[in-house]
Design a binder for this molecule. Structure first.
Ligand SMILES: Cc1cc2nc3c(=O)[nH]c(=O)nc-3n(C[C@H](O)[C@H](O)[C@H](O)COP(=O)(O)O)c2cc1C
Length: 178
């Protein structure tokens, strides 16, 4: 389901913000505090600094959720077996990126506001469809680089566990500035 209606997105925004607040006060509380402390004291290593950027951008998304131009919600006829929706959603993220449109995978609304969002979107009770994710999409307003990743040789093994592939490239295979 695609949503561009400004009133609906504005109604969904506080639900997303409340959900992120619950996550940051719950599951991510310690990691969040430790990351912020390391950033503030200038002791953050590369990985912590990256997590700091992810936390900053997730807060930015929440704060500006009402301004997101397009929300794509993935629905499936199964609540438990979500596997088949992810290739479709991720394909949309890749296709969007190729067109210069940014997106991110989110599940906060599905975790914390399953029913409320369905009500806003007019999904009839007992429809048999279950929402699994929301992809906020829009044109990037700031720097839009390639995220920092470990080299392929550190995350891929070939034939035997622990053996890196001989062919691993050291750089992304696409242009980060496209
Ligand atoms: C299943 C799944 C659910 C996610 N849910 C959220 C979410 O609700 N909100 C959010 O800000 N990031 C969420 N993320 C993380 C972002 O999609 C993204 O992976 C993260 O911001 C790291 O960015 P990067 O992959 O560009 O480094 C989720 C990721 C996955 C895989």
């Amino acid at each position: 389901m695609i949503v561009t209606d400004r009133d609906k997105i504005a109604a969904i925004a506080p639900l997303y913000q409340a959900g992120l607040g619950l996550l940051f006060e719950g599951h991510y509380k310690q990691a969040n505090a430790a990351t912020r402390a390391a950033m503030a004291s200038g002791t953050a290593d590369r990985r912590t600094a990256q997590l700091g950027r992810v936390l900053d951008s997730s807060e930015h998304l929440a704060a500006h959720f009402a301004d997101v131009p397009l929300l794509v919600f993935g629905y499936l006829t199964s609540r438990e077996n979500a596997g088949s929706i992810w290739p479709a959603l991720w394909s949309m993220c890749l296709a969007a990126r190729a067109e210069g449109v940014g997106s991110t995978v989110t599940t906060i609304l599905e975790m914390f506001a399953a029913k409320e969002v369905d009500e806003i979107l007019g999904v009839p009770e007992g429809s048999g469809f279950y929402r699994h994710a929301c992809l906020p999409m829009g044109y990037p307003t700031g720097r839009w680089g390639v995220p920092d990743r470990k080299p392929v040789s550190k995350v891929v093994y070939h034939d035997t566990w622990g053996t890196p592939p001989a062919f691993a490239p050291s750089e992304p295979l696409w242009s980060p500035h496209k």
